[in-house]
Design a protein around this ligand. Structure first.
Ligand code: SER
Length: 338
């Protein structure tokens, strides 16, 4: 008999770590299988069965499906936006081929078990491509269907995989097989995420978290975008909460496959001011990287998350003040004092 598990890919990444922690402490006795190219940090011992592996490794999946019954898949593994611009073909393989392989595996599992497999997919503000700064300043709450013209490989990958997920949940193999494929695909478009405990790698919103962590460490920081660059952000606990809230929402209440979620919009200059207020000696200046600036300029300054609020009660716990004053600054301060 195969063991029923929650599968988390990219589990050693920022969101993965926060999600594993939440799922292993929620009292539901979840059996978690984590997959990543990297080891989980030591403090995660016992929280999951961890497999070091590549989502592109077909033989690995062929073996895993004989052993495990995937009830829910959180597919978090991806190359982020800046990293992807340096290796676009690799990004396409990981972000698109990897997602396709997982969807295919989920489809086969749903046929074998005769029940749906839930597939949760984090997407991103990178799915948007706002044409110019005037439009960005004017259109402060973009809706899910606005400006779906990404300017990065990562954004193209995310936008396409949202579509792929919807396709798998409605049409995949419908003509060809008599055992139905049942994929319950749900996706969230996240703003920039900031964690007090981990740092992202290879993203373009990284100046936010990097600035705060550097100041707490007493290291100088050069922000790679202009001070007036505005993006939506969210504290990591809210991101994890939204993933789980969407996963737990009754299917009948959902009117879309892909939902915007956000918390607060803030400029790089305003992040700097908040960081300086908390760490008065911090040395933060600007050293603009025009290519990364171009990416940030193409991402919206804010998201309209009305549908998520209406359909499944989304509401961030951490607004801008609580995110900085109650979550980020105290936890980051303590982290580096220790
Ligand atoms: N934080 C991501 C990045 O910067 C966007 O989803 O690539």
């Amino acid at each position: 008999m195969r063991e029923k598990v929650i599968l988390i890919t990219g589990a050693a990444g920022e969101m993965g770590q926060a999600l594993v922690q939440e799922l292993s402490h929620d009292g539901a006795n979840n059996r978690i299988l984590t997959l990543d190219l990297n080891y989980m940090p030591d403090e995660f011992k016992g929280m999951s069965t961890h497999i070091i592996g590549d989502i592109l490794d077909e033989r690995l999946f062929a073996r895993l499906v004989t052993q495990y019954d995937f009830d829910v898949i959180f597919h978090l593994a991806a190359l982020l936006s800046t990293r992807a611009e340096f290796s676009p073909e690799l990004a396409h393989r990981v972000n698109v081929d990897g997602t396709l392989a997982l969807l295919k595996m989920a489809a086969e599992q749903s046929q074998a078990r005769g029940r749906p497999v839930q597939f949760i997919f984090p997407s991103s503000i990178a799915a948007y491509g706002v044409p110019d700064l005037e439009t960005k300043a004017r259109d402060l709450r973009v809706r899910e269907w606005d400006w779906n013209m990404p300017s990065t490989m990562y954004g193209c990958n995310k936008l396409y995989c949202e579509q792929l997920g919807s396709y798998f949940s409605r049409h995949y193999m419908q003509l060809a097989v008599n055992r139905p494929v049942m994929i319950d695909f749900r996706s969230l478009r996240f703003p920039g995420l900031i964690s007090a405990f981990t740092l992202p790698t290879g993203g373009t919103t990284d100046y936010g978290p990097e600035m705060i962590h550097a100041a707490a460490k007493g290291e100088p920081y050069a922000c790679f975008v202009r001070e007036d660059s505005c993006l939506p952000f969210m504290a990591m606990p809210d991101a994890v909460r939204s993933l789980l809230q969407l996963a737990n929402a009754p299917r009948a209440t959902l009117t879309r496959d892909v939902y915007n979620v956000t918390s607060f919009s803030i400029t790089a200059g305003e992040i700097r001011e908040r960081v300086l207020a908390a760490f008065p000696g911090a040395e933060i200046d600007y050293d603009i990287d025009s290519r990364r600036q171009g990416i940030v300029d193409s991402w919206p300054a804010g998201l309209n998350d009305k549908a998520a609020r209406r359909d499944w009660g989304w509401e961030p716990v951490y607004d801008i003040d609580r995110a900085f004053d109650e979550y980020l600054i105290p936890n980051i301060r303590q982290r580096y004092q220790n």
